[in-house]
Design a protein around this ligand. Structure first.
Ligand code: CTP
Ligand code: MG
Length: 230
């Protein structure tokens, strides 16, 4: 499932982020192809911007996918969580492993996708691709007032921290239960499974699975595509 319903506020004004072009092709199409590159992927559910489902359907019709891959388009919601829930609601029976992959990570390598699938097949209820951090991370408290600095309250040991990416992989029933049970804001799908008390496992992430969030990320994504063409 590919949640693609966000506006992309941090990328700046323009079309919804998933529909912006990367070397002439919408980011969403890159992301769909990256997932469909795995031989294990049978169906791609795209969660489209709420008013853009017809446009997304037309885009997918116009870009060839492998013969083995079907797709389905559903309109998204206000939050990423709501978009994923709508995608799950639309998922037909017969698919017991679900990967949730940000449209905003268009360049994820197929080996990462396959590693996530394999770990779910091996019995993990939830799997995340993870990378060590380059930066030290600080926890801060709110600033004392406007213009005041934010005081640092803690420095978690960096070697124990990981930045997590997508696709995140799930046993379908577990992900459905997480969405039925967990309330409150989350920033990834696996954290909902953690709140059920289940163990989420990691597989190695990949630097090319970075999320296109800010304008500089578009420059990096174009550079990665240019390097692949060499
Ligand atoms: N997403 C979604 N529905 C939402 C919000 C986000 O399907 N209501 C999707 C985005 O389209 C993206 C993924 O979730 O593929 C990761 O979200 P993010 O990178 O935050 O994208 P946006 O929410 O679009 O960007 P921003 O937060 O800068 O507005
Ligand atoms: Mg967002």
């Amino acid at each position: 499932m590919i949640p693609a319903a966000g506006r992309g506020v941090r990328l700046g004004p323009g079309a919804p982020k998933a529909l912006r072009a990367l070397s002439g092709t919408p980011m969403l199409i890159h992301a769909v192809r990256a997932m469909a590159a795995s031989r294990a992927v049978q169906l791609v559910v795209v969660v489209a911007p709420p008013d853009g489902a017809a446009e997304v359907k037309a885009l997918l019709d116009a870009h060839a996918l492998p013969e083995r891959t079907d797709f389905l388009v559903v309109p998204g919601g206000e939050s990423r969580q709501e978009s994923v829930r709508r995608g799950l609601d639309a998922l037909p029976p017969g698919h017991d492993i679900v990967l949730v992959h940000d449209a905003a990570r268009p360049l994820v390598p197929v080996d990462t996708v396959d590693a996530v699938i394999e770990a779910v097949r091996d019995g993990a209820p939830a799997v995340v691709p993870a990378l060590p951090l380059a930066d030290t991370v600080k926890e801060v408290a709110p600033a004392g007032g406007p213009g005041e600095p934010e005081p640092v309250v803690a420095t978690p040991e960096r070697s124990r921290l990981r930045a997590v990416q997508t696709p995140q992989g799930f046993d379908r029933a577990t992900l459905v239960r997480a969405h039925e049970t967990v309330t409150g804001e989350v920033t990834d799908d696996a954290s909902m499974v953690e709140r059920l008390g289940l163990t989420v496992v990691t597989v190695p992430g990949h630097e090319e699975a970075f999320k296109v969030t800010r304008p500089l990320d578009l420059v990096l994504a174009e550079a990665v595509l240019a390097r692949r063409r060499l």
